[in-house]
Design a protein. Sequence first.
Length: 84
Amino acid sequence: MAFFSDFFCKTYVPFTTRKSFSREQALTITTAYCNVFIENDQGTHFRRVIRNAEGQLRWRCWNFESDAGKQLNVWLASEGFLRQ
């Protein structure tokens, strides 16, 4: 059984920053996608995580990394499951 239901569409919505991202930006993306999560939350910094349909880790990045937004866009385009 897949981790995410089949009714989730596979459509890409780009993340608007190519640099590090804020908690508010992270929450916007995690709300839009059903397989993007905030993990390792340490208050001032946290990881954005993308998991595949089976729940396996596909990508992760700390919010303060200089090219976090750029990397996120690439992974959202190929692995993101947009909520309907």
